[in-house]
Design a protein around this ligand. Structure first.
Ligand SMILES: Nc1ncnc2c1ncn2[C@@H]1O[C@H](COP(=O)(O)OP(=O)(O)OP(=O)(O)O)[C@@H](O)[C@H]1O
Ligand SMILES: [Mg+2]
Length: 232
């Protein structure tokens, strides 16, 4: 397996506030790495630094290519997909139009939309509806599908299960597993330990902007360890 994404010594500052310090990680093709951390731990800042939405220090390498000089749009075109925190869809566009816009990042846009609908066939029946009319959970699914329609080789997911009902949490877990099966490298940010457990993924624990531990979703004591980190 080869590393699709390598992050070395990533740092993010907002003025005088250090949100992230010296974070290093690597995700292979077809691998899921889950970063668990409490509110304010720096999870979103980490993903934004990687995708170029905020400026950062350190290096980000995508399939051996250093991305330092590329802005966020160029990183997206290069194959870095990013599903932002919250449900960012275009509310006045239909589901299909949202997917079409996402697919423009793909070298073969028509295949991108098909790929997204194959992954989330439940979107097919609402393809003509305005995205703003969908439920929160459906919008979250659409946000994931839109990213997939761009045929990314690396997918950054920012708390995709946040605020979802238990059935949709399970659906999201299944979808992330299916994305992994496509060979995509998935960097998943979560607060829910059970998502990492269900996916059986590698885990990094982020606390106050720094990686304070590594674990595995199948570790028996994962919940206790994360709970301790969240309280610290
Ligand atoms: N635009 C900003 N300006 C100043 N400080 C910020 C900004 N965005 C985030 N921060 C600070 O950076 C730190 C990390 O925030 P970040 O949003 O990355 O954490 P998070 O782990 O994603 O939290 P959450 O679980 O609430 O989404 C926090 O202390 C936060 O207050
Ligand atoms: Mg966040």
């Amino acid at each position: 397996m080869s590393a699709a994404l390598v992050v070395e010594n990533l740092g993010v500052r907002y003025g005088g506030v250090t949100a992230l310090r010296d974070v290093s990680l690597s995700v292979d093709e077809g691998q899921i790495l889950t970063v668990l951390g409490a509110n304010g731990a720096g999870k979103t800042s980490m993903l934004r630094g990687i995708s170029g939405l905020v400026s950062s220090t350190g290096t980000v390498t995508h399939h051996g290519r250093t991305l330092g000089r590329l802005d966020a749009a160029a990183r997206a075109r290069a194959g870095l997909g990013h599903v932002l925190e919250g449900r960012h869809v275009f509310p006045d566009l239909t589901v299909r139009e949202n997917l079409h816009l996402g697919s423009l990042l793909s070298p073969k846009p028509a295949e991108g939309v098909e790929r997204a609908l194959a992954l989330l066939p439940e979107l097919e029946e609402m393809a003509g509806r305005k995205a703003g009319r969908l439920s929160g959970g459906q919008q979250q699914m659409l946000a994931i599908a839109r990213a997939i329609s761009g045929s990314p080789s690396v997918l950054l997911l920012d708390e995709p299960t946040n605020g979802l009902a238990p059935m949709l949490v399970q659906r999201t877990i299944d979808v992330i597993g299916a994305i992994q099966e496509l060979g995509v490298a998935v960097l998943l940010v979560e607060q829910r330990v059970e998502v990492a457990q269900a996916l059986g993924s590698e885990v990094l624990v982020l606390q106050r902007g720094e990686v304070v531990g590594t674990a595995h979703g199948t570790d028996d004591d994962l919940e206790d360890r994360i709970h301790t980190a969240y309280l610290a």
